[in-house]
Design a protein around this ligand. Structure first.
Ligand SMILES: *Cc1c(COP(=O)(O)O)cnc(C)c1O
Length: 423
């Protein structure tokens, strides 16, 4: 860690937690406040006409760094301070915050793409991202091809030089925690002159920094780990300075800015990101190991386990495997719901990445309107559980799983044979 007294902005800490607490913002803040003040103002005043003209001149003809704000939709000092810190954490030149993860994703795609262009996307990206591309962008003449995650030959075949503008993927994915091979992805993109966007909401910059692997845009639902307390919604895009500037300009037009109070909560969350994620990585790994050895569990999906299809690439790329563990219990839709109901620590809720553990049965949450057969075709089994681990003590979590699993009835011999046959 290097430290330069007297210049609040020239600090270069190397540890993730030091960076999460200190980097990005000026050490000297308004009114000697230790924390970043919440500038709760919709507009900003000019002292007189000469002051206004000075600002307009620097904005119109200057280098773009006007040194002050004009109107709330175009920028806010609290939001900017948090953007600086997020950029530092991702190793990006700049970052732009939005009112939700989806606001970040839709703004990025609407800003960069134009009619006639084409997107290639892996098949288990966030459902709403996929919905946005295939339905809304489709209406504007932007086509999307969806390829199976992990099939890089199919990905390369789907890319059309000159037409494909974007390759979109996610890592690790929901709910099977597939991990994208960023080196291969970037190689295909560079060869075909297209841009890459990776949603690393599940990884956080503590576990993976895709820009270091050559990815163009990293996006997060900051609602999850970055905020970390299930109490605020936000989204962020990280990338190079020129592109982020264009995205901030677009935000001023779309109007999907982040509220300064929400930005304050994100910054407050980021300060403990390193602690939380390290704990969640550790607990999730222990839980995954425990579940894998349990007779009432059919299968566990966790990239930290050697049994996961992407274990090797996850080990190479990531510094932690994350806090989400998915698994299939030995039972059907009803047995699985009953098991979840017996769990006492996690709440039943969508989302992930907060201090509270959350549990859900995807068949009844994201895929409720589908039949068992339709879900099977989408690769979602009725007995699948997604467990987003919080910061509770690992022993308590494992005790809770133990008692809830004990309630699952012993399986009839015929069921066991049926499962073996299926595998
Ligand atoms: C939650 C989530 C989103 C959407 O973010 P919001 O903040 O809910 O808009 C996008 N991608 C992933 C992977 C998510 O988990």
């Amino acid at each position: 860690m290097t430290y330069q007294n007297g210049n609040g902005n020239k600090r270069n800490h190397s540890g993730n937690s030091t960076r999460a607490v200190h980097v990005g913002t000026s050490r000297r803040k308004a009114h000697n406040s230790l924390t970043t003040p919440i500038i709760q103002s919709a507009t900003y005043t000019f002292e007189n006409t000469a002051d206004l003209i000075d600002f307009m001149e620097s904005k119109t003809w200057g280098d773009g760094a006007h040194g002050r704000e004009e109107y709330g939709r175009y920028g806010n000092p609290t939001v900017m301070a948090v953007e600086d810190r997020l950029a530092e954490l991702e190793g990006a030149e700049d970052a732009a915050l939005y009112s939700s993860g989806m606001a970040a994703i839709t703004t990025l795609l609407l800003t960069v793409l134009k009619s006639g262009q084409h997107i290639v996307m892996t098949d288990d990206v966030y459902r709403r991202t996929r919905q946005f591309c295939t339905t809304i962008l489709g209406k504007f003449g932007i086509e999307t091809s969806v390829v199976a995650v992990g099939d890089y030959d199919a990905l390369e075949a789907a890319v059309e030089k000159g037409r494909t503008r974007f390759i979109i993927s996610e890592t690790p994915t929901n709910p099977y925690l597939r991990v994208a091979d960023l080196e291969r992805l970037v190689k295909i993109a560079k060869k075909n002159r297209c841009l890459t966007m990776i949603d690393t909401t599940f990884a956080t910059p503590i576990n993976l920094r895709p820009l270091e692997w050559g990815i163009d845009f990293v996006i997060h639902s900051a609602t999850k780990y970055l905020g970390g307390h299930n109490d605020v919604m936000a989204g962020v895009i990280c990338g190079n300075a020129a592109r982020i500037k264009a995205l901030k300009d677009a935000r001023g037009v779309y109007g999907n800015v982040l509220d300064p109070h929400a930005a304050f909560l994100i910054e407050r969350g980021i300060k403990t990101l390193g602690l939380r994620v390290k704990q969640q990585n550790k607990t999730a790994y222990q839980v995954a190991k425990y579940l894998e050895a349990h007779p009432k569990i059919d299968r566990v999906y966790y990239p930290g386990l050697a049994s996961h299809p992407d274990h090797e690439i996850a080990t190479k790329q990531m510094t932690g495997f994350g806090g989400v563990v998915s698994f299939e219990v030995a039972g059907d839709l009803q047995t699985t719901g009953d098991f979840i109901d017996r769990m006492q620590i996690p709440y039943i809720a969508p989302s992930l990445g907060g201090v509270e553990s959350l549990i859900e049965q995807p068949a009844l949450m994201s895929f409720y309107e589908k039949t068992t057969q339709e879900r099977l075709e989408l690769g979602i089994n009725d007995n699948l559980v997604r467990f987003a681990i919080g910061i509770e003590d690992v022993d308590d979590i494992i005790d809770d799983l133990e008692q809830a699993l004990a309630g699952i009835p012993e399986r009839a011999l015929s069921d066991i044979w049926e499962i073996r046959f299926r595998l």
